[in-house]
Ligand binder design. Sequence first.
Ligand code: 5AD
Ligand code: SF4
Length: 446
Amino acid sequence: MLKARPMSDPKKLFVKTYGCQMNVYDSERMVSALGAAGYEQVDTADDADMILLNTCHIREKAAEKIYSELGRYRPLKNAKPDLKIGVAGCVAQAEGEEIIRRQPMVDLVVGPQSYHRLPDMVAKTGNGVGLVDTDFPEEDKFDHLPQAPKSKRAPSAFLTVQEGCDKFCAFCVVPYTRGAEVSRPAQKIIDEAIDLTERGVRDITLLGQNVNAYHGQGPDGDDWTLARLIRELAKIDDLWRIRFTTSHPNDMDDDLIAAHGDLDKLMPYLHLPVQSGSDKILKAMNRKHTAASYLKVLDRIRAVRPDIALSGDFIVGFPEETEEDFQATLDLCEQVKYAQAYSFKYSTRPGTPAADRPQVDEDVKTERLARLQALLAKHQHEFLQNLVGKTIPVLLERPGRLDGQLVGRSEYLWPVHVLADAGLTGQIVNVRVQGADTNSLSAVLV
Ligand code: 5AD
Ligand code: SF4
């Protein structure tokens, strides 16, 4: 009989994830890939054998923040010279070699399209020379990124279906950091969704920087739209809830709108960024839609799904934004009454078209952002208050902070706190909403 070789102790991997949900998904996949190379994820950097930062470039001074974070790891590296430090994600893509130049203690820099090469890169580190891979390779990284061995998962999960963007909004780095739009083949997504449900997942959010531009190859050889993919996913019995994010208004096609009316599994929540309510600014942003065309899309969705919770993104103080333009944004918000929204002051991203344009004063941006956020907060509060007293279905997900309490997800987006037996985790229960906080609901089982 063959004797099993004693396994060496797993090496400790600390991963810090910044930014969007796609980075959360990518980090999970990198942890799995490195798991096969003998690494086990830990919660702190202190005694790690490898530190991996999965970075985001969307916010201001993103790269500077990463450089100072790296600086904080210097004492760890000094104390343990064979500690490996890696930088992944969009800052890695944007900065490349510069990261090694400014922080020579970094062992590897890897862009989002090269994650499948990470275990090989890690194996090659250690000779004091930093490795950089920011290619956009031909091969599909997901084919080479293993899933963790069959392990139980929380009831909700992300699944990347599409990456990159061809829209080139004048403020945005995504087309440069994530590259051109690429859709994964439909069958791979369906297989991954089935695998997730076998691990206990019931609520899947399909991810893509421009998810509704999805056009992956279907098993029949045709290009499938996102709606077609969702309709197919809805046939998986153990998958109860489907969501998708983030979308562009121009890619909300007829079938995707119709799906919101006729697919019970498609949740009544839609994140559809508009950025501004002024047509002049939308044009300057290269958004290729108007306020009116955007509102028309929303009208059509509300016609088939009246209770839909709408969410959006806004940028204030884009170059040339006047008080009148900003007022148009406030007017649009008054019309839509978003259930939830994200809003930002415009800030320049080197290499994007708007970066070199004359900028709006910082004070003006600050003041406009405060006014917009006050209005958005008021609408969010109204949406949540409107749910008080109603009975809604909630997917129970995890223990809450209080004894005997579970936290679940409504069909919309907010967490719901319920007193319920832990054995109900992973089930959908009906609850009556009793109260609304800023960002969550409290409810009782009915
Ligand atoms: N300045 C401010 N906000 C930005 N966003 C993207 N780029 C910028 C920028 N340069 C915002 C947009 C986008 C969201 C993800 O981040 O609103 O939809
Ligand atoms: Fe960036 Fe979204 Fe515009 Fe693409 S559609 S350039 S990801 S803001």
